[in-house]
Design a protein around this ligand. Structure first.
Ligand code: HEM
Length: 324
């Protein structure tokens, strides 16, 4: 009898261990039985918007990055502020995010097909992947099963997002604290091959680098001249293309720009100050020998696993801008 009890206790223990193991990570095909069309629905919705407005691809990619770096990939960047609490969305770096309507549209299509099943954080991870592919970039398989967080705090975004003024050491620390290495840093920075930036994100490099009215010596002087025409000192509204000429197309141009000291942010230029990241930048300049597309998919999968809520943690929101 005692042996039988011990045996059933041990079996129970094994089941508990398996349960914990199962609920710890995201996985491919998570919705295979519960919502088999999830990927098709998100792709169709994303394509619908991006075919009309290709510039939406960039902010969708950036939104997933900003989601993952603050409290993990839990959809907290999508939440609206509530009375007495300003959300991540309200933080300055997030004020230029766009494309929330794409996530909302995919969510409402999914709520019709399989109500209460697919998390907003998974929708965002898929939309970011689809957005990149739709503008000629790589694609990758997105492990799913994230659940949505209930907390979103403005200050968390300010504390955890890298700034365009960061040097290599700071960037390495920020990425490292989230389990991303130096290669992930240089690869994911390649996301700046698409999109736009406000002048204020880099104008100190043009006008007041060390507080003495000087320019950043690490930026190509001709390029500074051209940027100064678009961005006057103190300009807070103008936006410029980060990869002029092909900002709507996902390609390897970012590395060419950085190698020519034409990266827009100090954080882009910082990639030339470390031997490993510099070697990567230079190795990607020839598009034929480039490994960037493959690398980007791998690092995005890694980024998409930061601090995920799975199993019974968090919730599946009914509407992506509101906790249930
Ligand atoms: C390495 C640290 C990073 C810093 C400091 C940084 C900073 C910035 C800044 C300041 C902007 C311009 C915002 C504005 O002025 O409107 C921007 C834009 C952008 N970033 Fe990053 N970023 C970083 C990493 C990433 C990563 C990892 C991704 C994605 C994988 C990414 C994707 C983008 C995209 C696509 C845009 C253009 C957004 C648009 O067109 O609306 N960035 N980033």
């Amino acid at each position: 009898m005692a042996t039988l009890k011990l045996l059933s206790f041990l079996i129970l223990q094994i089941f508990c261990i398996l349960e914990v193991a199962n609920s710890q990570g995201v996985e491919l095909g998570f919705y295979k039985k519960t919502c088999p069309n999830v990927e098709a629905i998100v792709k169709q919705t994303t394509a619908h918007y991006i075919s009309r407005a290709p510039t939406l691809a960039a902010p969708l990619l950036r939104m997933h990055f900003h989601d993952c770096f603050v409290r993990g990939c839990d959809g907290s960047v999508l939440l609206n502020s509530t009375k007495g609490n300003q959300a991540e969305k309200d933080a300055i770096p997030n004020q230029s995010l766009r494309g929330f309507q794409v996530i909302d549209a995919a969510k409402s299509a999914l709520e019709k097909e399989c109500p209460g099943i697919v998390s907003c954080s998974d929708i965002l991870a898929l939309a970011a992947r689809d957005a990149v592919e739709l503008i000629n970039g790589p694609t990758w398989a997105v492990p799913l099963g994230r659940r949505d967080g209930r907390v979103s705090i403005l200050l968390d975004a300010l504390k955890n997002l890298p700034t365009p003024f960061d040097n290599f050491t700071t960037l390495k620390t920020t990425f490292g604290s989230l389990g991303l290495n130096v290669k992930d840093l240089v690869v994911l920075s390649g996301g700046h091959t698409i999109g736009m930036s406000h002048c204020f994100s880099f104008s100190s490099r043009l006008y007041n680098f060390t507080g003495k009215g000087d320019m950043d010596p690490n930026m190509d002087q001709n390029y500074i001249g051209r940027l100064k025409i678009k961005c006057k000192s103190g300009d807070v509204t103008t936006i410029v293309e980060m990869d002029p000429g092909s900002f709507k197309s996902f390609d390897t141009d970012y590395y060419t720009m950085v190698s020519k000291r034409r990266g827009l942010f100090a954080s882009d230029a910082a990639l030339l100050t470390d031997s490993q990241t510099k070697a990567y930048v230079l190795s990607q300049v020839n598009p034929y020998g480039s490994t960037f597309f493959k690398d980007f998919g791998e690092s995005m999968i890694k980024m998409g696993k930061i601090g995920v809520l799975t199993g019974k943690a968090g919730e599946i929101r009914k509407h992506c801008a509101f906790r249930n």
